[in-house]
Design a protein around this ligand. Structure first.
Ligand code: SF4
Length: 422
């Protein structure tokens, strides 16, 4: 049996995708002939400057017309997929489906099914959760759906061609294996000498607005020494100088996080890195200094609100006081960080919103940058109450007000991440 994995555009374009690299590695470990086409990267490199701009600023919007644009102006993309299927006698084609590339993936699958009737189509990725939580119906030409991690389910589908068509949350206990990047040329990606890595899968928190945590049943991490060997391998093989952690929460297990930092320092990795971490009150000062010494250049932190009332409704495990003290420790260790905020969380009052404005203003010397500001989204399966269309419109007004506030106060923020969640 031969398997082709396709990553459709538009998704984040800066680095090769990590999910497919793990799938390829796992399946190859079972001697399954596996191929990969990163259409996201190919399409981004072919896109006009105007299209690239739209892609970066609003992927959801771009996702609505990108398929037609590629079909009309870059049919070579489709020819490449056809050739790969023909040449390698592909039996199964899998897609990583996200909110932004869902339309492209469906249309590409439709196109392939027309041309290759016997090829079975598999959809996985976060967007497939909409079946479970929203009753979303994908077209009948999709043969299998995988929710959560893909490795075990994909192997089963490819080797057994089973009768059931939905596979839910079959998780790997042992994640000590390398992803396989051999199908892509790292020079084709905008961020040079860099790779995405993951130390742990899942998250230990349960924020009520978060759909990311629904992709995993529980948190696991790699063996710390194994992980350091993996990083050294990337350095030697690809000349990597920069790694981006894709962990939902790199500091989920403080003890092992600290051990990784110690090993990075001891074994002189000399890598720059950025990551997403959570605010917590149980990290000692020393860890912050170790992060700096181990090469940390940027951290992404979900503050989400400056109102304790809303933080508690979100089920965030911290208060604004804890957040402030955490930010002080980061600043004390000379660590750069960026925060994200959610505007219009269900039942957020005008008073709550004002508290967020005050928190940002009072701490503008402490917070280097606002990375992401978005209105609350009704993601599938989240535990927060769903907002109405009217509430969304009100949130958009608040968001506009908030952006003006940032501009007036000259608070640095990333314009391309305003209401542009991936
Ligand atoms: S800490 Fe982040 S990944 Fe974990 S549940 Fe909260 S928002 Fe989701």
């Amino acid at each position: 049996m031969n398997y082709l994995h396709i990553l459709c555009p538009p998704v984040w374009e800066k680095l090769p995708s990590l999910g497919p690299a793990y799938l390829l590695s796992y399946l190859r470990g079972y001697n399954i002939n596996t191929f990969f086409v990163d259409l996201n990267n190919i399409a981004f490199n072919l896109a006009s400057l105007e299209m690239k701009r739209s892609w970066t600023i609003n992927r959801t919007f771009t996702g609505n017309f990108l398929f037609e644009y590629c079909f009309k102006d870059h049919f070579e993309i489709f020819e490449k997929v056809i050739e790969t299927i023909d040449k390698n006698k592909i039996n199964f084609v899998g897609f990583s489906v996200f909110n932004t590339n869902r339309f492209f993936a469906i249309e590409m699958a439709r196109f392939l099914k027309k041309n290759f009737k016997k090829v079975k189509i598999i959809f996985g990725g976060p967007e497939v959760l909409t079946i479970k939580f929203e009753g979303y119906r994908y077209p009948d030409f999709v043969d299998y759906f995988v929710m959560g991690e893909g490795e075990i389910a994909l192997k089963k589908i490819i080797t057994e061609d089973p009768l059931e068509n939905i596979f839910e949350f079959e998780e790997q206990k042992d994640i000590n294996f390398f992803p396989d990047f051999s199908d892509v040329d790292l020079n084709d990606y905008p961020r040079k000498n860099a790779l995405p890595v993951i130390f742990g899968r899942g998250c230990v928190n349960k924020c009520n607005f978060c759909s990311e945590r629904l992709l995993y049943k529980y948190y696991r991490h790699k063996d710390e020494n194994f992980f350091i060997d993996e990083l050294l391998y990337y350095k030697e093989k690809f000349g990597i100088e920069w790694i981006t952690f894709y962990d939902s929460m790199l500091n989920a297990n403080i003890k092992s996080f600290e051990k990784v930092l110690d090993l990075m320092i001891e074994r002189r990795l000399n890598l720059k890195w950025d990551a997403q971490i959570a605010i917590r009150n149980d990290m000692c000062d020393e860890i912050f200094f170790k992060m700096k010494e181990a090469g940390c250049i940027n951290l992404f932190i979900g503050l989400e609100s400056g109102s304790d009332n809303i933080l508690s409704k979100m089920n965030k495990n911290f208060t604004t006081e804890i957040a402030k003290s955490f930010f002080k420790k980061l600043k004390g260790a000379n660590l750069h960080f960026e925060i994200s905020l959610i505007i219009g969380y269900p039942d957020e009052t005008e008073k709550d919103f004002r508290k967020t404005l005050s928190f940002i203003e009072e701490n503008m010397e402490l917070i280097p940058k606002i990375a992401q500001v978005s209105i609350f989204r009704n993601y599938p399966g989240i535990t927060a109450r769903r907002t109405t269309e009217y509430e969304e419109k009100e949130s958009m007004k608040k968001l506009e007000f908030f952006v003006n506030f940032l501009e007036n106060k000259k608070i640095p923020f990333t314009r391309s991440y305003i209401n542009n969640l991936i």
